[in-house]
Design a protein around this ligand. Sequence first.
Ligand SMILES: [Zn+2]
Length: 452
Amino acid sequence: MTQLHFATALLPEGWRDDVRVAIENGVITAVETDASPGAAKRFEGAAVPGLPNVHSHSFQRGMAGLAERRGRACDSFWTWREVMYRFLDRLSPDDIEAIAAWAFVEMLEAGFTAVGEFHYLHHAPDGRPYANMAETAERIVAAAGAAGIGLTLLPVFYAQGNFGGAPPVPGQRRFLSDRDGFTRLMEGSRRAIAAVPDAVLGVAPHSLRATTLDDLRWIAAQWPHGPAHIHVSEQVKEVEDCLAVHGRRPIELLYDTVCVDRRWCLIHATHAEPHEVDMIAESGAVAGLCPVTEANLGDGVFDTTRFLAQGGRFGVGSDSLIRVSAAEELRALEYAQRLRHRSRNALGVEGCSTGRRLFEAACAGGAQALARPVGAIAPGRRADIVVLNGGHPSLAAAEGDVILDAWIFSADNAAVSHVFCGGEHVVSDGRHRARDHALTRYRETVRRLEAI
Ligand SMILES: [Zn+2]
């Protein structure tokens, strides 16, 4: 058994001082308040639950900064996607593992303790499956195991280039599956995650543009339990193409086609009309919001204000990993609404800390979306705990909820001092225990890729 003692901690009932947490087999077994440290290891900072990261394409970490140059035509998500396709064309399984391992190290150093890896880079560069169908899924699992992050693996089904059965472009050939191939991929992925004790397997139809409606129904029926994630309504063009072919908007079409319930996570949902926002809230599905990537790609702004007013659930994700920061995702979410409504504390409620409201909502929504017992420091939950450094200047006079506000709106990653993941002490004084090895391997990989 491991015992930890925190000067202060955010528990489900609120902030408490002198909190002693007992952990067995990665799970919290007891939480005492106003307790003496006894034999427990003492931490002076403020303990909060680790935040789940609901949406990641880890390989994209390797291209951060490579698409920030304006082309001749107006740049957009679609021109960015061309750069991304050229980048991924060079990646070997070793490269995929090295980049993922570093991305997961960065996530832990940023206060993310679990990740939903929306994994679609399945095949060799020529589009042929590897001899081991789940080769790249195994690499993601190995990277998560090395970093010690909680993993929900979401193998992606991708079958067409656009709505209406448009043929795939060459840049998409590494993603493509037919039903038989995808079934084998799921079986291989299930075997792969067995290497990590508490990993979860979900399923991810890529988007309505990449799957037929029949395929979508088939996936929902074939894998009726566990997390189901899908990209939806990220781009205006996507909505227009969907309307042209199906006469329905993507979110409407999704709800018409399958039973969208609490196991679903709708990634982006950016261009949702008010009735679609309400539909998502009412269904209990999680909106997987990725505000930093959505800003980077010029996607648009989801109406989070309306969604929260309707009781909607959300999680945050770092998606393209152009930046890896739990605090920044929450800050960007709030700032987009401030700019949109020209107000402050746009997602807050009267008299309450906006940081705490966003953080607790993202913890709960993230835990639901990844089907993991996380998001709170409480008995029965996985021991995913982040300690914020009270010595950081932004936190110097902070107590209670102000600690969260100071982290999210000011200190950012620099406030994260210790991270426990499944009870393992993976980040100490801001540094991941495998940082040097993972960074060396990552640097070698991206430098070699740059030279190609
Ligand atoms: Zn994505």
